[in-house]
Design a protein around this ligand. Structure first.
Ligand code: SF4
Length: 426
């Protein structure tokens, strides 16, 4: 059964999470592509962590070569379809577009990238790459999120076996379970990974890797890639935090994306003001809440959410309470309110913690850390333990999907180069 067939998305849930940015129709895409100046030394490409050759793929759209356009994208970013939807383009490629200098609207690079990738998927054409001849080498990749997927693709293109282990029943990590549905539907994440698996990436799902199993994998494989993300969601450490009805943003998002959660109660309070908090608040509105508050201990200028996310939440009716710190939860059998500094009591049927994850990932005993993050060589992704490489949130503390893809790609190339050099010395 394909990954898409295994997903149990509730039809009502997906209907509530329409596209954040509707796709471009063919004529609109051609017109938009023809607005591009095809800059030499294009700043948009420099602003992309995976360095997609933006003017090149746009030029191919303009000339009607959609397969070539998709290939240009995939050459640099094997998860080009999900990045087209999930990337904060306003602060990356589109934010760098030269048209800003002329007071013109930047090229809609994200939507054009999506147009090229959707066209490839709709055509039913295979992935435009094949694995190289088998080298007899193998790598274990822990986690099946964007970093491991990108690393695995690089390895397969060099004839190295890539075997991914993940505790979840489906691949994709945060792409599948953690990015808001209106940005990246679960089905789209799985469709993309199905295409990628044509390279021969192998998966072991529902597989928890503990320290002993990691030691075994180290012995069984030529290298190990750690794409293990971050630790648990942080706790506030205030009274009655474990009352039923207090949850966290990642569980809420994974719950509705996997079809287990189809509605929330009327009054929801989200604690924190990062992009994940915004996603949880908007999801609560779409899942039936009538009153959603975001509570943040600082002011709007200090919140880590992007300003366009903040505006989006306000448009959805989310209310913000600034300079408010929860001091305890109130309730009997379940949470009924949050007590805040300043003697404010905010009624709540559901409280969602979104104050970040622990930066100390599990399985990091084998490698050196700096403030909870795995230290790597920035050129190769290699850790202090030469057989171990790492990428994604466990090294960067939690950034964008495209950053994880860039990390995985670098590590895949780094592992292949390290193994090649090792073989040359034998
Ligand atoms: Fe096109 Fe803007 Fe990139 Fe120039 S900077 S190549 S105009 S998208």
């Amino acid at each position: 059964m394909s990954f898409v067939e295994q997903a149990r998305v509730h039809p009502e849930t997906s209907a509530r999470f329409g596209d954040f940015h509707p796709p471009l129709e063919r004529q609109a895409a051609l017109a938009e592509a023809n607005r591009c100046l095809f800059c030499f030394d294009a700043p948009c490409a420099g602003a992309c962590p995976t360095h997609i050759d933006v003017p090149r793929f746009i030029k191919k759209i303009a000339s009607g070569n959609l397969a070539g356009s998709a290939r240009t994208i995939l050459d640099a970013n094997i998860l080009g379809a999900s990045c087209a939807r999930a990337c904060p383009v306003d602060v990356l490629c589109e934010g760098a577009c030269v048209l800003h200098r002329y007071n013109k609207k930047p090229i809609q690079i994200g939507l054009l990238q999506r147009f090229a990738m959707d066209s490839l998927h709709a055509s039913g054409a295979p992935l435009p790459f094949t694995p190289a001849a088998d080298t007899g080498l193998s790598v274990a990749l822990i986690g099946a999120g964007p970093a491991s997927l990108a690393c695995g693709a690089e390895l397969r293109r060099r004839g190295i076996r890539a075997i991914l282990y993940d505790a979840h029943p489906l691949p994709g990590g945060l792409n599948t379970y953690g990015v808001a549905e209106y940005k990246l539907p679960l089905i789209e994440s799985l469709r993309e990974i199905e295409m990628l698996s044509q390279l021969g990436v192998e998966f072991h799902f529902d597989t928890w890797i503990d320290a002993q199993r990691l030691a075994d994998l180290e012995g069984e494989h030529d290298a190990v890639f750690l794409g293990i993300g971050l630790g648990a969601i942080r706790q506030l450490g205030i009274p009655d935090e474990h009352l039923p009805g207090v949850t966290n943003a990642l569980d809420l998002i994974a719950g509705y994306k996997s079809g287990k959660l189809t509605q929330v109660p009327p009054r929801v309070v989200v604690i924190g003001a990062g992009n994940t908090a915004i996603d949880a608040a908007i999801a609560s509105v779409r899942l039936g809440a009538t009153e959603v508050h975001i509570v943040y201990r600082r002011g709007p200028e200090q919140m880590s959410a992007f300003s366009f996310e903040y505006e989006h939440a306000r448009l959805e009716g989310v209310k913000f309470l600034w300079h408010a710190q929860p001091t305890r939860f109130l309730g009997g059998n379940a949470v009924e309110a949050v007590e805040l500094t300043g003697s404010i009591t905010l009624p709540a049927d559901l409280v969602v913690l979104a104050i970040g994850q622990e930066t100390q990932p599990s399985l990091s005993q084998k490698v050196q850390l700096d403030r909870g993050r795995i230290i790597i060589d920035r050129a190769s992704g290699q850790t202090s333990n030469p057989k171990f490489f790492a990428g994604g949130d466990c090294i960067n503390g939690g950034r964008e999907v495209v950053d994880a893809v860039a990390d995985g790609k670098r590590a895949g190339i780094g592992i292949a180069a390290w193994l090649e050099a090792k073989l040359a010395r034998i």
